[in-house]
Design a protein around this ligand. Structure first.
Ligand SMILES: N[C@@H](CCC(=O)N[C@@H](CS)C(=O)NCC(=O)O)C(=O)O
Length: 211
């Protein structure tokens, strides 16, 4: 592979949005073209170098060989789909596209809630908002309920961005919120999640504190 075709990903082993991108790259056979650079964000200090590429200062951010920056995780997956000849992660048209995008919105929306919740949990206890935590918990429970009803259909429809993002969201619940015990009473979703976890691309990119 020549230098000109290489990709550089601002990466963290903790970020579920980065994990989504890494699993996608692995599924599509693109990891061999991609380098990663450990990039630390999330504190109160702006990451000026990252912000030159992505003014939001967020991960994941992908840099193409010509210096073009691509973000966020959804847009990176759209880009990946232009770089391979196999089955698309994001269907091009029709009802399948809407189902996939709606599932993606659900999975990514869960991640957005969980990241807010985690941030709140990181504040001094006396300054945490119990009302917000209760609200976020109720939304996550509602998402799990909805997904449990949809679990058979997650198996029946071709694997793509929807299942990938939902799987990453459930994995993030296990990683950061094990006390929520999301599997309890949701056998169908738990069974589907086992099949997701068995995918080689998923096994290859487990969440981690750091390495
Ligand atoms: N919608 C974005 C969310 C990205 C995001 O929030 N990433 C987190 C890391 S898990 C981040 O960079 N946080 C740093 C910050 O918000 O300053 C995506 O799907 O890529």
């Amino acid at each position: 592979m020549t230098r000109e075709t290489r990709l550089l990903l601002h990466w963290s082993p903790r970020s579920p949005y980065v994990r989504k991108v890494m699993i996608a790259a692995e599924e599509l056979g693109l990891t061999g073209r991609m380098d990663t650079v450990r990039t630390v964000v999330g504190g109160t200090t702006p990451h000026m170098e990252l912000m030159e590429d992505n003014p939001l200062g967020k991960l994941p951010t992908l840099i193409l060989a010509d210096g073009t920056a691509i973000y966020d995780s959804y847009v990176i997956l759209e880009y990946f789909d232009t770089q391979h000849k196999g089955s698309r992660l994001i269907p091009k048209e029709g009802p399948a596209r809407m189902v996939a995008l709606r599932r993606h919105a659900l999975g990514n929306g869960m991640l957005d809630i969980l990241l807010q919740w985690l941030g709140e949990r990181g504040r001094p206890e006396e300054r945490q908002s119990a009302a917000h935590i209760a609200l976020w918990r109720s939304k996550i429970i509602a998402c799990i309920e909805a997904l449990d009803h949809e679990a058979d259909d997650l198996t029946a429809t071709p694997y793509g961005i929807g299942q990938l993002t939902i799987g990453v969201a459930l994995g993030y619940l296990d990683f950061r919120f094990p006390a929520e015990k999301w599997r309890d009473g949701h056998d169908r979703l738990a069974a589907w999640y086992e099949t997701f976890c068995a995918r080689p691309a998923v096994l290859a990119h487990a969440p981690a504190e750091d390495n």
